[in-house]
Design a binder for this molecule. Structure first.
Ligand SMILES: [Zn+2]
Length: 632
């Protein structure tokens, strides 16, 4: 997924201990654990109740009807499983806010029990399975407030005529729309039958047929085993446009052409990535453009990445997002983090690959600019995070795993790989990565497995260039190690000079030659403005460059943040509109945070938030409501 901006440190650090699979945790055990936090057991998924080491689900058959009136998915899932322990007689799956109507084991009613609810994890569903059984069927319906499902009214779509539904399962939200073993180390294949209103099209992270008749009854097959967080469904008034032989885009008709033009380089990205990191394993690579309330930049659902429309800038300046989601086809979807502690194996590798893909496609200048912006974003996150959250192999026990999505997993992870690359040489490192993706294909691995692999490969081949203590420091200690690579960009040095000249009054804003500036140069120019600009300076910038009216959502974001920090009122009407119409957390959260610093700003934020809330995703609401609540 694309990053969630700054970490949501929602649980106090002392609130320690969560439950390894199968163990229901009472309040008492949590309190005890504050004082006796045991060592982390690598590979234990502290965010699932399920018991794959005893009985492991291997395949799902979904049959669901989307009821837009009731905002519910209603139907059944058949879970096929393998017994790892011949004596095991209970299958445990994860659920969250599901209504379980009945459970059968090979057609006969089965005994089941729903455990108590944990705020981060939901409830365990324990099903007694007779000795020879190999599958169970669960009839259920979802809650209208399912954390992984967003139901949009027609008004919240581009076309304004039809409703829209999309799911977002990462990190642990699949359990809110399917009862399953919701752990990234459990891989399943799936088939699905989805029934929708006749005029709508359903698409999934599976084989999609763009020419399927629009009849409200759709079937899907995902033949490769995937972790549960990659199961995804969207339903809307969608059309399809091919972009290349293996790539295409699904979107509402109103934005289909613009999306296809913006992302027309996707096929080239796919080919270049294959050339360097090995064959693409997933057949087709299509994009689905979601309504603006999608809380993330993108989500790497296999075969069909879900993408925010906020990156359609008209000039391809924000397409690194597509490179990122595509790169996940290798790092994340093919080689997967075994637990959320190991998220950096997904996101750090993917961020590293993103930079490399952008360089292959658009050259070294763009690579350097994006790397500098990424590094600045990391420094910004590090300044705000507690030490424990600066560690790649983070301890997330007792916490919401969504907390892990900071720049530490993304940019620090990528910087670590960049150091390895610089030490052993790019060609050698690329060969290593290709071998790594191949070696662990379709497996879910831990940080420790990766480090052992590194010992037996790169460290063995280049003992004079790498050392174990340094690698340990990168993975298990906070901050950025001294001497780490610091990205540099000549283009940005020029921007620094021009900014200083303007700040000193040596040149007027409109005398700055911005004709050939890329979005990256604009972002760098704005993001590094000092505090304490005068009203006249702000007005000077705005009138020279029409920043308040910028149609590039990233540039508008940087400018609006400056406006809030300086209470520059001429931008506030646009600010209000921006907050109400965009639900991508990375773009709105820093604005809400900045507004919340003054009583007047907070009142403004409250008003915008109330108006925006019906269109925001639950994750965006959760991430921002603290900024608009009185009394904190
Ligand atoms: Zn990602």
């Amino acid at each position: 997924m694309n990053k969630l901006s700054l970490v949501l440190v929602s649980a106090p650090l002392l609130f320690a201990c969560s439950q390894p699979a199968q163990q229901n945790v009472s309040t008492e055990t949590k309190q005890e654990a504050e004082f006796t936090q045991p060592a982390i057991i690598a590979g234990t998924d502290y965010h699932s109740f399920s018991n794959p080491s005893e009985i492991q689900v291997t395949h799902l058959d979904l049959d669901l009807t989307a009821d837009f009136e009731k905002k519910q998915l209603i139907g059944s899932v058949k879970l096929e499983f393998e017994r790892k322990d011949p004596k095991a007689d209970t299958l445990i799956v994860d659920t969250r806010a599901l209504t379980i109507h009945s459970v059968t084991a090979e057609g006969k009613p089965a005994t089941f029990e729903l455990g108590p609810e944990d705020v981060n994890l939901g409830s365990a569903l324990s099903i007694t399975v007779p000795p020879d059984n190999t599958h169970v069927t669960i009839n259920y319906s979802t809650s209208p407030y399912a954390s992984g499902v967003q139901w949009l009214t027609p008004a919240q779509t581009q076309g304004k005529e039809h409703p829209f539904l999309f799911t977002q399962a990462q990190a642990v939200h699949a359990r809110s729309f399917i009862p399953l073993q919701d752990s990234p180390q459990v891989r399943v294949t799936y088939n699905a039958r989805i029934r929708t209103p006749k005029e709508l099209l359903a698409v999934m992270s599976a084989a999609n047929d763009p020419n399927t008749p629009r009849d409200g009854d759709y079937q899907f097959t995902m033949p490769q085993p995937i972790p549960s967080y990659l199961i995804a469904l969207a339903i809307g008034h969608l059309d399809f446009k091919p972009m290349g032989q293996r790539t295409g885009v699904y979107a509402e008709p109103e934005i289909l052409s613009a999306a296809a033009a913006e992302f027309e380089d996707t096929e080239s990205m796919l080919e270049l990535t294959e050339r360097t990191y090995g064959p693409y394993s997933w057949d087709r690579y299509d994009l689905l453009i979601l309504p603006p309330s999608f809380p993330f930049g993108g989500m790497e659902n296999p075969r069909l990445s879900f993408i925010t429309p906020t990156v359609i800038a008209g000039d391809k300046s924000l397409v690194s997002l597509i490179a990122h989601e595509l790169a996940h086809s290798w790092s994340g979807n093919t080689v997967t983090n075994a637990t959320w502690r190991d998220l950096w194996l997904n996101e750090g590798f993917t961020t590293y690959l993103t930079y490399r893909i952008m360089e292959m496609l658009y050259g070294n200048d763009r690579y350097n600019m994006e790397a500098v912006l990424g590094y600045q974003s990391l420094e910004h996150d590090l300044a705000a995070l507690p030490d424990n959250d600066e560690i790649l192999a983070i301890d997330l026990r007792g916490r919401n795993p969504d907390d892990v999505f900071s720049d530490v997993a993304y940019e620090k992870g990528a910087l670590f790989l960049r150091e390895l690359e610089q030490r052993v040489g790019r060609k050698n490192f690329d060969a290593f990565l290709m071998q790594y993706f191949n070696h662990f294909a379709f497996q879910s691995i831990t940080t420790d497995t990766f480090l052992t692999y590194l010992d037996n490969t790169l460290l063995k081949d280049y003992p004079e260039k790498l050392d174990k203590a340094r690698i340990h420091q990168w993975v298990f200690e906070p901050g950025i190690p001294d001497g780490a690579p610091v990205p540099q960009s000549d283009a940005f040095t020029k921007i620094d000079n021009v900014r200083s000249a303007w700040l000193n009054g040596d040149i007027a804003a409109k005398a700055i030659n911005t004709e050939n500036w890329t979005t990256h140069e604009w972002l760098y120019f704005l993001n590094n403005m000092p505090d304490g600009l005068s009203e006249a300076q702000l007005a000077n910038l705005d009138s020279a460059f029409s920043l308040t009216q910028s149609q590039n959502n990233e540039i508008a974001h940087s400018w609006l943040l400056i406006a809030v920090n300086h209470q520059y009122k001429p931008a506030y009407e646009r600010l209000y509109d921006y907050l109400v119409h965009i639900g991508r957390n990375k773009l709105v959260k820093p604005l809400y945070r900045a507004l919340s610093q003054t009583p007047e700003g907070k009142a403004f934020a409250q008003k915008a938030f109330e108006e925006a809330k019906p269109g925001y995703h639950p994750l965006t609401i959760h991430a921002n409501e603290g900024f608009v609540t009185d009394g904190d």
